[in-house]
Design a protein around this ligand. Structure first.
Ligand code: NDP
Ligand code: MG
Length: 405
């Protein structure tokens, strides 16, 4: 049986850790999951510990670390095949023994392996939203032709998935959502750490303040994206691709409690929501067990403790990333690549104390108004090399804007 075998790309990160916590919980209940392969990047001590605990068959590290890591494993009596770099990740993603693939690498570094898994017809539990932002049409078309299954584990998209009719869940690429009476989606957003702060507070935010999320415990990049609300912008584009909808059919509502993880509104006035504690172990367990359910150790939701749920219309002046993402979604594939690439560079620049938090959206806007790049914004790229080539051009341009500051 292959259903209980998994491979975690990005095992050392936040998504990887939540997934492994579920596996530990399941093991305590007597349900064994086999980990075929794991990958890490900079936290190789942590990856080594995971190898010692879970005994995967294969592991991927950066290319220049393969020999040292392999030696470390073998001298500790661990017989694990070590592969390296993007080629190694792609090897694991297409390995016929990999089982379900958790796409938990952060940023554009996750694109090639995600697409490889989809090409190999795998069941892909997708956290790496950037791969849909950069290559949504390509990924979804490939999933369709290769009969791969994409199960969203980004909490909002997982919530929407859960609120959709089963026929749409099974084939949301070809089915017309209107046939099922779907009017629009409501993506909820916590509003991040600056929801109740002024724009000036946001301008003066330190890295430590900006990475601290009020409700979720996540990796650095997505935490900064949440502070600027670029995360919700990326999720808007992610939702357009996953659910085959236009950006105009997706509303964004700030919901500071992060209990309603998103909603589907139907033409008869019904709005279906998925609720739960803000804990990534819920969407991950849903996707791991789909179409069944499994226990994951998540604290049960206590509605009486929560008391009230609020929904607020986002302040688009303070969080201009939202409109930038909408504009990119309207403009086309090239614009979405530009939005994502420039954002990645600028988030790193903020984390390196080079720019202010509010500069991120301001400079993404400059990139989206760049005359030279603009001509490619409505291009629909059909292969990954062209996508990555344009991505590189945008990064180079963003560095020029950064230097000119
Ligand atoms: P983390 O930064 O915590 O983890 C990222 C993982 O990717 C780590 O295993 C890291 O390895 C690896 N990695 C980083 N850079 C590279 C690279 N260049 N090549 C190969 N591997 C690399 O991120 P998160 O877990 O928070 O996020 C992962 C993805 O999931 C993102 O796309 C994010 O948007 C999405 N997501 C995350 C949520 C969350 O709660 N964390 C919620 C919803 C979506 P190492 O740590 O060893 O350097
Ligand atoms: Mg999310």
């Amino acid at each position: 049986m292959t259903t209980n075998i998994i491979t975690i790309l990005g095992a050392t990160g936040s998504i990887g850790s939540s997934t492994l916590d579920i596996i530990r919980h399941q093991s305590r209940l007597g349900h064994q999951w086999q980990i075929h392969a794991l990958s890490g990047f900079s936290q190789l001590d942590k990856l080594f510990e995971l190898c010692a605990e879970f005994h995967p068959n294969r592991v991927c590290v950066p290319s220049d670390k393969v020999d040292k890591f392999a030696h470390h494993l073998s001298s500790s009596g661990l017989d694990i095949d070590v592969v390296g770099g993007q080629a190694g990740l792609m090897d694991l993603a297409s390995d016929e023994k990999s089982g379900k693939i958790i796409a938990g690498i952060v940023g554009s570094a996750g694109l090639r392996s995600t697409l490889t898994a989809v090409k190999a017809g795998k069941t892909v539990l997708l956290a790496n939203k950037e791969s849909l932002v950069m290559a949504g049409d390509l990924v979804m078309q490939t999933a369709r032709t290769q009969k791969a299954t994409i199960l969203p584990i980004d909490s909002e998209h997982n919530a929407i998935f859960q609120c959709l009719p089963q026929a749409v869940q099974m084939d949301n690429v070809v089915i017309h959502q209107t046939d099922f009476g779907i009017k629009q989606l409501w993506l909820t957003a916590s509003g991040g750490g600056f929801l109740y702060k002024s724009y000036v507070d946001m301008q003066n935010a330190t890295v430590a303040q900006a990475v601290k999320h009020p409700n979720w415990n996540m990796g650095q990049k997505i935490s900064i994206d949440s502070a600027t609300m670029m995360n919700k912008g990326l999720e808007l584009i992610e939702a357009c691709h996953l659910f085959n909808l236009d950006e105009s059919q997706i509303q964004i509502a700030i919901h500071p409690q992060s209990i309603v993880h998103s909603m589907v509104e139907y033409i008869d006035g019904s709005v279906l929501a998925q609720l739960g504690e803000p804990d990534m172990k819920t969407p991950i367990a849903h996707a791991l067990a789909y179409p069944k359910r499994m226990s994951n150790g998540v604290k049960p939701l206590n509605l009486f403790e929560i008391g009230a749920l609020e929904f607020i219309c986002p302040d688009k002046d303070k969080f201009k990333a939202l409109d930038l993402a909408r504009a990119a979604a309207k403009a086309g594939n090239g614009a979405c690549i530009a939005l994502n690439a420039s954002n990645e560079i600028l988030v790193s620049a903020f984390l390196n104390h080079q720019i202010r938090l509010t500069d991120i959206a301001d400079m993404v806007e400059k990139v989206l108004n760049d005359g030279e790049l603009h001509t490619h914004f409505n291009t629909n790229f059909h292969n990954i090399d062209d996508i990555l080539l344009f991505d590189e051009r945008v990064r180079a341009k963003t560095h020029i804007y950064l230097k000119a500051m």
